[in-house]
Design a protein around this ligand. Sequence first.
Ligand code: KIV
Length: 274
Amino acid sequence: MENSKPVNVAELRRMREAGDKIACLTCYDASFALVEDRAGVDVVLIGDSLGMVLHGGKTTTPVTLDDIVYHSRCVAPHLSRAFLMADLPFLSYATLERALDASQRVMQEGGAKMVKLEGGREQASIVEYLAVRGVPVCAHLGLQPQFIHKMGAFRVQGREDAAAEAMLHDARVLVEAGADLLLLECIPAELGKRIAAESSVPVIGIGAGADVDGQILVLHDILNISPTVTLGRTPRFVKNYMTDGADIERAIGNYVAEVKSGAYPAPEHCFAGA
Ligand code: KIV
């Protein structure tokens, strides 16, 4: 990598200010950690998507804190530049104390440098509790897979005006509470653009359009081997980067290059409003 200084929260803010797109990707083991780091991925996420792509589950609900800590420990020692973020799994942040204990484990035992949690303004007190204690937090808005059993299905969020306004408000409240990063999943591109324009922290999207500060995808999706892809339920925002050959490092490098140039996401990867 040209710029091989380790990425941190300040660098992510600098990238946003400079208009340099942030390329993020999930990762769960040492081999891919080395490849992703070499390919220039800026932020590596230990996603609770591991429950689906590694364990073969239908949801992320069964993923435990031990799972996240275990996979963080597999990945962390092998990143020399990329910034490591880890998901707090289902219910591990249901109270202030649990959130603090879970964050302590993923950071101290797992080596993560930021935690990610799902939810809107109702999580503000948790975000603040963690942030003032030195835990960098990414707040995940839009489609929140940990709420699947309340939602019933994975679908685009924020299409109606009232829902879009509520999400904008959630984003403001979470940033005021101390979130260092926002992640928007499966929302209309126009709403992603509005949230990113208003936000004072970097905004990463997955199915949130092109006008955000960076993109994230699930590793197994871009390699075209995840159960979702294999079983024919590929989400609109997924792009197969294995089409030009069989070299995984090149595929990941091409993903990074397309995020940086803005070639990904193309209109066919984005959702329209109502
Ligand atoms: O668990 C996950 O992989 C995620 C996505 C945003 C990529 O949260």
